[in-house]
Design a protein around this ligand. Structure first.
Ligand SMILES: Cc1cc2nc3c(=O)[nH]c(=O)nc-3n(C[C@H](O)[C@H](O)[C@H](O)COP(=O)(O)O)c2cc1C
Length: 193
């Protein structure tokens, strides 16, 4: 590979007091620590989503996100489980783009207050991910009982997540690398070589 993989990360909730921010900052730190990876942090709070329009027609109002996904080889999506599903704001951000996602890898990080770790939000997202042309890894990173895993300053206290996070990223990087090779070397109506 002659250039770094580009893997941005999206924190997918705007809720005041959100625990998912600690998770997203931790995973972003792991990405930054990896050799050969460039990353960029996106926060749902920074998207000024309109109330009178929606979807791909307004993507040019979000040029930083649009251009990042055009350039991306993969994406990390950090989402809390809200009523077993994806927060509306995260869905609205993902829905801004379509062909820009095709044949790129996505790693899913779920967050919940309960004991299931957000596995239900992950399952609920898979049909959306397929429609977007993204390719999900099979190793998610789940944070059940999230409040117990960080201290008051937002630092991780559950040491095991250093290993789990590394395994999660290793798989995502493998998938992102493989798909980049495919996009750049194999004919597809979705990519100009
Ligand atoms: C609207 C709403 C719905 C929720 N639904 C669920 C749920 O279905 N399952 C669950 O485990 N936790 C649920 N929670 C709790 C979140 O898991 C909890 O807030 C956790 O800290 C992660 O979300 P946060 O980043 O907003 O803090 C819900 C929270 C909100 C605000």
């Amino acid at each position: 590979m002659d250039r770094d993989l580009f893997i941005p990360i999206l924190l997918g909730t705007t809720r005041k007091g959100r625990e998912s921010e600690n998770v997203a900052r931790f995973v972003h730190g792991l990405l930054e620590a990896r050799d050969g990876i460039e990353t960029q942090f996106f926060d749902a709070r920074d998207f000024d989503l309109p109330h009178d329009h929606y979807g791909m027609e307004i993507k040019d109002r979000f040029p930083e996100w649009r251009d990042a996904i055009i350039r991306a080889d993969g994406l990390v999506l950090v989402v809390p489980e809200y009523n077993r599903s994806i927060p509306g704001v995260a869905k609205a951000i993902m829905d801004l783009l379509l062909e820009e996602y095709i044949h790129k890898a996505i790693g899913l990080v779920s967050v919940s207050a309960g004991g299931w770790g957000g596995v239900r939000v992950v399952e609920s997202m898979l049909s959306m991910i397929r429609e977007l042309g993204l390719v999900a890894t099979f190793t998610d990173l789940n944070f059940p009982k999230v409040a117990d895993k960080f201290d008051d300053d937002g630092r991780l206290t559950a040491e095991i997540y250093h290993r789990l996070g590394d395994e999660f990223l290793t798989e995502l990087i493998w998938m992102a690398t493989t798909l980049r090779w495919g996009r750049e070397n194999l004919p597809s109506k979705y990519h100009s070589k």
